[in-house]
Design a protein around this ligand. Structure first.
Ligand code: KG4
Ligand code: ZN
Length: 340
């Protein structure tokens, strides 16, 4: 009999953040993330270095999560870990560690799909937010993902739109690189954008299916735009940084909103929940709040710490699966590619 008083440890290692969290009845007791700074000097995530850093960080991160939750590992009821999608070398560290710990403690092991976790992060209990009602649309936007998902129930999800090339976070980061900004450039574009004129320059919105996304063309058009103008004025970037960032951000957010409008029209669902690191963007937050007024949508924006890669979202999925008795086999393996 599964009791209703569970301590679930979540472990996330799919990309460049080593994270562990403890959840108790939907409440986060601890949420520890070690962000790997090493990748900054390379301008992007280096997979080999990521696996190595995970191996260095995983034990101290888990120990800190248990300490902050003020529990002993013997009190844990289950261990939930990210089995995919992600970088194979990174996933292997979290997967192997979780399997061994579950075996050692003789408790169930629960495999979690990282993309499902970004969506189900909305079910973490907080004072500021209420959970979405089913069915709702989830827009998952980060450095690795851009998807619109129809969520009918906790484990009943259908991807109805996605990027055919780069993720939206990559569009921010790669454009930022063209502007000479350090990695990850998304937050910096957002910062400059707030001081600039969004209508100063025009960038094209790529044309793909009504619910799909394409961002590789945008990065190329930013590159050509910058090269052309720098040839005429070598100080072009520094003199226009705010306006370039504001125009670029306006184009990206407008494009995301176009796709959401199409999805609302197609599904008849007007409850929207966003997730992923790009949900921190001030432009998307403002656009969603405006859509509540303008179109009567109901929108959900999670706390920032549950938007970016974190283990609390893995632990909440662990708890939901634990209650339903959905456990992993002992021969479960990490999968770099894993569908919803
Ligand atoms: O979810 P996340 O932490 O990691 C994954 O990629 O899975 O997302 C990181 C991405 C990066 O591309 C970063 O530039 C972007 O989120 N990001 C932002 C902002 N904050 C983070 N992009 C635009 N505006 C922001 N304020
Ligand atoms: Zn993610």
């Amino acid at each position: 009999m599964i009791q209703n008083n569970n301590y679930i440890l979540g472990i996330e290692s799919s990309c460049d953040d080593t994270a562990a969290a403890v959840i108790h009845n939907g409440q986060v007791l601890s949420n520890v993330v070690a962000t790997q700074k090493i990748h900054e000097e390379y301008g992007g995530v280096v997979p080999e270095l990521a696996s190595r850093a995970h191996q260095q960080n995983i034990v101290p991160v888990v120990q800190l999560a248990l300490r902050k939750a003020n529990i002993d590992k013997k009190q844990l009821n289950a261990i939930a870990f990210t089995s995919g999608p992600g970088l194979m070398g990174s996933l292997l560290v979290g997967t192997s560690f979780s399997k061994s710990l579950a075996l050692g403690l003789d408790i169930p092991l629960i495999d979690v799909n990282h993309m499902q976790a970004h969506i189900l992060a909305h079910f973490i209990k907080t004072d500021e937010h209420t959970a979405p009602n089913f069915p709702f649309l989830a827009l998952t936007i980060s450095g690795g993902h851009t998807q619109i998902v129809k969520v009918s129930n906790y484990f009943e999800m259908e991807v109805i739109g996605q990027t055919i090339d780069d993720a939206v976070g990559e569009a921010f980061d790669k454009s930022a690189k063209v502007l000479g900004l350090p990695y990850p450039g998304g937050p910096l574009i957002d910062k400059f954008a707030q001081e600039g004129n969004p209508k100063a320059f025009k960038f094209p919105k790529p044309k793909v299916g009504p619910l799909d996304f394409s961002f590789s063309g945008l990065k190329t058009s930013v590159l050509y735009f910058v090269e052309k103008n720098v040839a005429l004025n070598s100080e072009f970037i520094s003199e226009n940084m705010e306006d370039i960032c504001a125009s670029l951000q306006f184009t990206i957010i407008d494009y995301l909103m176009d796709k959401l409008k199409n999805a609302v029209k197609q599904t008849g669902i007007n409850e929207i929940a966003i997730g992923g690191g790009v949900s921190a963007n001030s432009g998307i937050r403002k656009a969603l709040k405006e859509a509540e007024q303008k179109y009567g949508w109901i929108t959900h924006i999670p706390k920032f710490e549950y938007c970016t890669d974190n283990a609390a979202m893995i632990a909440i999925v662990g708890e939901l699966k634990y209650k339903q008795g959905i456990f992993a086999d002992s021969n479960v393996v990490a999968k770099a590619r894993l569908k919803l």
